[in-house]
Design a protein around this ligand. Structure first.
Ligand code: CUA
Length: 348
């Protein structure tokens, strides 16, 4: 019972184990740990023992100097060498396992940005959490929109940097049956590379589904926009992807300009002149943020959301902008229900 509890909650040193690989990592960790404990104890005991045995008893006594002992030297050289070689071997095996990708993995693209995550599934849908099928090899292709981040999933015992201008990859496979192993279905995913002001908030979840649940989830999630009113969807996207830097309160300035009360107004530009805050400008600012910078926000670098935000999501964000400026929001133009999407996306 206690062991089962420890398995499910992790230990003092290690988080829960969601992969077989985690058990191998932990084995090596504890091996090194106990070797250190044993060596520390041995050295401490000998230190005290020798200090006592060879203490000065006679002021005039002259002790003889050390002599050579081949047996002793071999004794303290060979066993540690064997231990170190063993540690290398286990580490090498684990490293190889991480480096060699399995055949036919499920592919997910990870997009890291200041300060959040996007996970793109085959078919193009991007989610804020990493959903994966259980017991299936999953390959992450990692990219960064701005600076170096690092994808860390402690319960899988894997971590890889997200480097701008380069793809990095890593893979993992959860246990065949997490429930049977007394494990939860959600695990933490962190950014493990200091990347600026909100680095500490750059965290999300890995959600593990059975294969069937996963397929259902992806299908429903990919049609997310049909489930709620457009402006409501926009609000949710804002929460997930934009709220770190853009407030929805009038007059509250975070890293970027507030979204409240600006739709349909003329915005002064850093380069001089002004621009009308309409759907076109919002879209441009999402995909090419540096094209027209509002005055006062020079030097604030926002990364492009190209490939991360779909056209339907842009439409939802625009509706949210409208909603945030009551003067310009016309509830008759687009209904406050999911039906509004038909109009927005030009569907019948
Ligand atoms: Cu991204 Cu720290």
């Amino acid at each position: 019972m206690l062991t089962l509890l420890a398995e499910a909650t992790g230990t003092l040193w290690m988080p829960v184990k969601a992969t077989d690989f985690a058990s191998e990592v932990d084995w090596l960790f504890y091996f090194i740990y106990w070797v250190c404990v044993a060596m520390f104890t041995l050295i401490l005991v000998l230190l005290v023992f020798f200090a006592w045995k060879y203490r000065q008893t006679d002021r005039d006594e002259v002790a003889s100097g050390p002599t050579h002992s081949t047996a002793l030297e071999l004794g303290w050289s060979l066993p540690p060498l064997i231990v170190v070689l063993y540690i290398f071997w286990v580490g090498f095996k684990g490293g190889t396992q991480l480096a060699v990708e399995p055949d036919n993995p499920y592919d997910v693209t990870v997009i890291a940005y200041k300060w959040g995550w996007g996970f793109r599934y085959p078919g193009g849908y991007v989610d804020g959490k990493l959903h994966v099928p259980q017991g299936v090899p999953v390959r992450l292709t990692i990219e960064s929109r701005d600076v170096i981040h690092s994808v860390s999933i402690p319960s899988m015992r894997i971590k890889k940097d997200a480097v701008p201008g380069r793809y990095t990859r890593m893979w993992f496979q959860t246990l065949e049956d997490l429930a049977e192993a007394g494990q939860p279905r959600e695990f933490d995913l962190y950014c493990a590379e200091y990347c600026g002001t909100n680095h500490s908030q750059m965290l999300t979840k890995v959600v593990v589904h059975t294969q069937e649940d996963f397929d259902n989830w992806l299908e429903v999630a990919s049609r997310w926009y049909l489930e709620e009113a457009p402006w409501k969807a926009g609000e949710r996207i804002w929460e997930q992807k934009c709220a770190q830097c853009h407030s929805n309160q009038p007059g509250v300035t975070l890293q970027g300009p507030t979204w409240a009360g600006v739709y349909g107004t003329e915005r002064p530009l850093a380069s001089g002149g002004s621009v009308l805050m309409d759907a076109e400008y919002i879209r441009e600012s999402i995909f090419t943020p540096q094209a027209k910078i509002v005055r006062g926000f020079e030097g604030v670098i926002m990364a492009s959301y190209q490939g991360q935000i779909s056209e339907a999501e842009v439409a939802a964000i625009v509706e949210y902008f409208r909603k945030l400026n009551p003067e310009k929001y016309d509830p008759t133009r687009i209904s406050d229900s999911p039906e509004g999407w038909k109009e927005l996306l030009g569907e019948n």
